[in-house]
Structures are given as structure tokens and as C-alpha cells.
Design a binder for this molecule. Structure first.
Ligand code: NDP
Length: 401
């Protein structure tokens, strides 16, 4: 159905490319390109052995727009799937506009020297993509991505309006390491050390990072401590569902993880301010990333389940209703299927599904879109078919935390 160019060859990319190869009727030709060719070749070998599908590989620096444009033209791709880092979003969007192809990513743009999680840089491309007749899908991972599609589905089928929404991200998995992150350590630590922010009554409410803790009993996982955090889908959901009065995001962390982050932050290791070390400028957080485990190596070690979903309250035919919609994903089952742990899998599969929506022509409206702005039904069907089945339950009332 279409040729696809995937940029970035990390944990999320590996899961996504495996699932693309398993849907070769849609993804008729896949090229995987990244900064280091051997990472692409390792993934290609895994895909070949698990699925029999051959994917092409290439070396490219995503920051080099002419090189990416040349690669797009060489591959004949009609869609670029950005599974590199948030720093590359804008340059890859520029390359897509220049080469005339569609774009999809899983995380909003961040300037490398500022931990700012805001959509305005990417939303500013709306007119350019519209004028070019091209589709740009932002944030088609799990959160953001599926969590916003869940909200769109609830609003289409279960609620007339959403008054309040809580996104609950639980990783009940254990990888046996003293401290490891489940996706890119630099991006993960920038996110968790940023101030917590949630939307309430028309304004952002800010609190210090990892201070507001609630214990929640997650289905099939059990009780875990979850912490209030900022996450980018809060901005897009409160914008696209303007009736939302309160939107919050929660993520579970074990005590050991919190203690490590606090110590590392306390001694300056999570800083993104450049320092001089042995006469050379380095960024402490980037150095820290180099000594931490690579999340794409954790698949074999991780056991347990993730449970990610939304609890939304609103009106249906004038009556208040609350629904909990979520997916449960097992780390070991993901590893058996595609060689990845569940955090890479739960991001890579929705990236593949979003890409399939574009290639199949279901999500083809020209412009820049967050996933809650698009019709959720075909995507929700594919989640069930592609390894991320969801459940929805009505709760007796709104959340009390
Ligand atoms: P990794 O660090 O494992 O992989 C990133 C890949 O991008 C690496 O292969 C890296 O190359 C490559 N890359 C980095 N810079 C460049 C560049 N300039 N040119 C070409 N390639 C480059 O990250 P993850 O797989 O964990 O995460 C990928 C993305 O997914 C991130 O943006 C992350 O924020 C997002 N994410 C989204 C989630 C969601 O639910 N929406 C959840 C988890 C992650 P090299 O190997 O050389 O470093």
C-alpha cells in the first residue's frame, strides 16, 4: 500500500518496524535510517529472523535536512515516521514539506537546550502542511497517542462532553536493575524532573516535580504509587476539548527510582547546562545517559505488566458518567513477539497503527493534527488486532484523588 521511511533505530523503532513488517500488505517497503547504521542493521536482522521480511537500511543525520530530503527521494517513501528524538521533529517536518511526503511522530518538539514541552512550534506548521496537501500526525505513541484516542473514542461513543480527565500510566514491570529508564534516559529524565503541571479551571497549576503522590490499585498490576506530572497530551486535549475543566497526568514510580532521580538531581547530574570536563564541554544529563542501561537492551530482563489508560467524567444525555478505559500489556509477551519490552511495544505499535491510518488513506486530511482530533474508530479496531487490546468500564463516580 505504501513505502515508509522510519528515522531512528532505538527501542521504540525496533518494536514499530517489527510490527510494520508483520503488516506487509500495508507497509510494502520499509527503509530504516538512523545516525548509526549498525543499529539499523541489528533491527533489520531481527525483523528478518522473526518475520522473513527484508527491510532496507541507511545512515542519516536527521538534523541534516538536505540529506533527509535526498534519502526520501531515493527511497520513494510517501510517509516519514520519526522515531528519533524530540529534538529532530521540526527539521524532519521541514524535510517532509520539501520532499512532499506525510509525517508522523510520537513526542512533541523540544529544544535541546530547554526542557520545554509545548506544541506551539509544531502547531505553527499547520498552514504549511495544509497548503502542501500533506498530513502531519503528532504524538502517535501510547501517551501521547492512544490516551488521546481513548478520549476521542469516549467522546464519540460514551460521553457528550468531558469535564475532567486523568491519564494514568503504570509500569508494573521490573528489570532487576538498580536504576534504568524504559525509554531514552535523557528524554525520560528531562520529563520527570520538570515541574508538575495540570490544567484546572482555565489555567495551569504548577507544583514541584514528584511531590504529589497517590496510591492506585491498577487492574492486573495491583497497588502502585503514582505521581502527578506534566505530559504533553494535557495541552493538546485541553485545547481540542475546550470543555475540559481539569486534566491531569499520573505516572507510577518505585521508591528506588525516585531516590535515584533525587540524588542524581541533587548532585547536578540531570542538568542540561553545559559544563567543562577535562577541557571539553559536556552536558551532565547526556553523560549520565551514556552510563545508564540502554532501554532497548531491557527486553529480555523485564517482567510484569503495564496498565495505561484514562479515567474520564462527563455528561451523557444530561447524566454524569465516569469511564475507565485502558490497555494491559505484558513485558514478557512483547519480548517473545518482537524482542522488546512493553514500553517500547506500547509506543511502537501505535506508531505503526498511526502510519497505517495514513497509508490506508483513513487519516489523510491535510494539516497538522494531534490524535484526538482524528476519527478514533479504525485506530481502536487496529489496537485490538495488533496486540494492544483495550477495555472500558463504567465507574460508580468521578475519581476521588
Ligand atoms: P532511543 O534513544 O532508544 O532511540 C532514538 C534513536 O534515534 C536512536 O537510534 C538514535 O541514534 C536516533 N537518533 C538520535 N539523534 C539522531 C539524529 N540526529 N539523526 C538520526 N538518528 C538519530 O529512544 P526511544 O526509542 O526510547 O524513543 C524514541 C522516541 O519515542 C523519543 O522521541 C521518545 O520521546 C518517544 N517516546 C514516546 C512515547 C509515547 O508513548 N508517546 C513513549 C516512549 C518514547 P543513536 O543510536 O545513534 O543514538
Amino acid at each position: 500500500m505504501g513505502k515508509t521511511l522510519v528515522i531512528g533505530a532505538g527501542g521504540v523503532s525496533s518494536a514499530a518496524v517489527h510490527k510494520m513488517a508483520m503488516n506487509s500488505d500495508v507497509f510494502t517497503e520499509i527503509t530504516l535510517a538512523s545516525r548509526r547504521l549498525f543499529k539499523c542493521e541489528e533491527i533489520a536482522a531481527g525483523v528478518k529472523s522473526r518475520t522473513g521480511v527484508t527491510i532496507k537500511t541507511a545512515q542519516v543525520d536527521a538534523m541534516d535536512v538536505p540529506a533527509v530530503v535526498a534519502l526520501i527521494r531515493k527511497t520513494g517513501a510517501e510517509l516519514l515516521v520519526n522515531l528519533a528524538l524530540p529534538y529532530q521533529d521540526l527539521v524532519l517536518m521541514d524535510a517532509c514539506l520539501e520532499a512532499g511526503i506525510h509525517y508522523l511522530d510520537t513526542a512533541n518538539y523540544e529544544p535541546e537546550d530547554e526542557a520545554k514541552f509545548e506544541y506551539h512550534w509544531q502547531w505553527a506548521y499547520q498552514d504549511k502542511f495544509k497548503a502542501a496537501g500533506l498530513t502531519c500526525i503528532l504524538g502517535s505513541g501510547f501517551d501521547p497517542g492512544v490516551t488521546s484516542i481513548y478520549a476521542a473514542w469516549l467522546k464519540k461513543h460514551k460521553l457528550d462532553t468531558i469535564r475532567q480527565i486523568d491519564v494514568l500510566d503504570c509500569n508494573g514491570g521490573d528489570n532487576g536493575k538498580a536504576f534504568a529508564t524504559n525509554f531514552n534516559p535523557e528524554i525520560n529524565i528531562r520529563e520527570v524532573t520538570a515541574d508538575a503541571r495540570h490544567w484546572e479551571n482555565g489555567d495551569w497549576v504548577t507544583s514541584p516535580a514528584m511531590t504529589h503522590k497517590v496510591t492506585f490499585d491498577f487492574p492486573e498490576v495491583g497497588e502502585k504509587n503514582m505521581y502527578l506530572m506534566y505530559h504533553e497530551e494535557l495541552e493538546s486535549m485541553k485545547t481540542h476539548f475546550p470543555e475540559i475543566e481539569r486534566a491531569r497526568f499520573w505516572m507510577t514510580f518505585g521508591d528506588a527510582y525516585i531516590n535515584h532521580v533525587r540524588v542524581l538531581e541533587g548532585i547536578g547530574m540531570t542538568s542540561i547546562e553545559p559544563i567543562i570536563h577535562n577541557g571539553q564541554e559536556i552536558i551532565p544529563l547526556q553523560f549520565l545517559k551514556s552510563v545508564l542501561p540502554d532501554p532497548s537492551d531491557l527486553g529480555e530482563l523485564t517482567k510484569g505488566k503495564t496498565c495505561i489508560g484514562d479515567i474520564a467524567t462527563g455528561l451523557k444525555d444530561g447524566v454524569e458518567k465516569t469511564y475507565y478505559i485502558y490497555n494491559i500489556c505484558d513485558h514478557e509477551e512483547c519480548y517473545a513477539e518482537v524482542g522488546s519490552q512493553a514500553v517500547s511495544y506500547t509506543t511502537g505499535v501505535p506508531a505503526m497503527i498511526g502510519a497505517a491510518m495514513v497509508l490506508k488513506g483513513i487519516w489523510r486530511e491535510p494539516g497538522v493534527w494531534n490524535t484526538e482530533q482524528l476519527d478514533p474508530d479504525a485506530f481502536m479496531d487496529m489496537l485490538n488486532e495488533q496486540g494492544l487490546p483495550w477495555e472500558v468500564h463504567e465507574l460508580s463516580g468521578p475519581v476521588e484523588f
